[in-house]
Design a protein around this ligand. Sequence first.
Ligand code: AQP
Length: 325
Amino acid sequence: MKKRIFSGAQPTGQLHIGNYLGALKNWVALQDEYEAFYCIVNLHAITLPQDPAGLRKATLDLARIYLAAGVDPSRSTIFIQSDVPEHAELTWVLSCIARMGELERMTQFKDKGKGNAERAGVGLFTYPVLMAADILLYQTDLVPVGQDQKQHLELCRDIAERFNRDYGETFKLPDPYIPPVGASIKSLQDPEKKMSKSDENPNGSILLLDDADTVTKKIKRAVTDSGTTIDFDETRPAISNLLSIYQILTEKTRHECVEHFQGKGYGHFKTELAETVVEFLRPFQERVREFDDETIKSILQPGGERAREIAADTLGDVYVALGIE
Ligand code: AQP
């Protein structure tokens, strides 16, 4: 029996290279070794207002991105979260287990709620509980995510442990898989902030569907630090961030990257980085165009059915444990 992985992304706009390097790339690498479930988490998306037509389109577009990145539907189950109603049902149960205090400590709520709890949606507050339900429904062993999701994963484990302690062994405790490089790609305009789909500054993120000119301009405009050497250096987060992107895409070691750019200036480095990113995106974008809506739907529908079988089993066990079945 293979161990199981679960992960997902929100159809909340266009994916950026941070989503790819921090998450999707690892989904693809892990799908042979694990039984994989990759979800399009549209119920998470509505924790902030979405245009309905836009959300519908973004849901199919995100499936296209998964496939173009190399997620293989013959090996991995790809599905839409709302096709499996057990996600919402288990969320209710787990919100009776989670504590307000735990959720109040979640930094993503503080960021996305802009520190204004009075005005923030309840769904935004309970977002990590829905995420815990997503993961626990599949008796998941491993969850490949970026660094920003680590705190939510820890909460997921705490909720599962508490349920198991109070109602008997029901959930497997999942481990995070956070890649050693690329787990937190930063904004090109502000290396203190992570690259984000919802960034108001379009120059902060390299989108997976950006054309070559746009990529080159964004990289040329990326902020750099006051130094002159091309090096990994904690005190110079901007250049370290750009170099990390280069490192992952070229599959070089840190040492090889530094050696490669020894004696070269920022201008030279940015030109080579832009070429590297463009060369990576070109075939990726060609693959995105290969999948029409019908093909996508013909993958998502059986994916949802397969996911539902497992989710329903787990939810059945939960209800028995709780005595409400
Ligand atoms: N900057 C990042 N570096 C590395 N990994 C990242 N991820 C997100 N941003 C980075 C990882 O991508 C996966 C899917 O993310 P998501 O769709 O759940 O959205 P998010 O984590 O809320 O991040 P975004 O892209 O910034 O979206 P918005 O702006 O909508 O919040 C996750 O595994 C995440 O860790």
